[in-house]
Ligand binder design. Sequence first.
Ligand SMILES: N[C@@H](CCC(=O)N[C@@H](CS)C(=O)NCC(=O)O)C(=O)O
Length: 219
Amino acid sequence: MGIPTGMKMYDSQLSPFAARCRLAIYAKDLEVELLRMPDPALEAEFNRLAPMRKIPVLVDGETIVPESAVICEYLEDRGFGLSLRPTDPAHIARMRVLSRIGDLYVMEPMGELFGHINPGCRDQQRVALELAELAKAMGWLEQFIEGPEFALGDSLTLADCELVPVLFFFDAIGPLFGEAQPFTGFPRCEAYYRTVQKQPAAAKVVAELDEALKRMMGS
Ligand SMILES: N[C@@H](CCC(=O)N[C@@H](CS)C(=O)NCC(=O)O)C(=O)O
């Protein structure tokens, strides 16, 4: 049994954004009711609460919080469980820079590539462009990440919550685009991604994403 919070979260097993929040929830050992979407029975209420209609959305009584980064910071600010935010301003800044590289620069081309998974309807020129953007962003991450145990410092932070799902998808979709060893050229990121999974919360989220991706791919 985790720490009771009375919160619920509209969730999707395959969403990297929802996975980021689940990692924070698991690491903090919080009881948050996860509402798996899509669910026709939940659709109307979700649309009423979430005009942006993007998953995840956290519901804490009257407080409705969309956007994964904001949800994670909100969980910190509510003060439940283990803190995932360093106290030193320089460390907080580094945690946020790592998170933004993942969120803005790595996720963006990866999201585009997701639309080209099927080789039958793939725009090769577009794919080459997005792969180049992805490699550039991974190069930035390679410079900023500390690792191998944690993205920075000596404990789990919100940067790990962001980067574990991002690197799961980086690892998983590479082979679909002819990159059998996607981490080649990014050894610090690779060592980090493999080692951080010693953390039970990270391993749990990776297993959930893996299961959901396999289901989506029909394998
Ligand atoms: N910036 C948002 C992105 C959320 C997002 O794009 N979620 C996807 C699922 S992976 C979604 O709900 N998409 C539906 C839509 O865009 O209409 C966050 O960090 O929470």
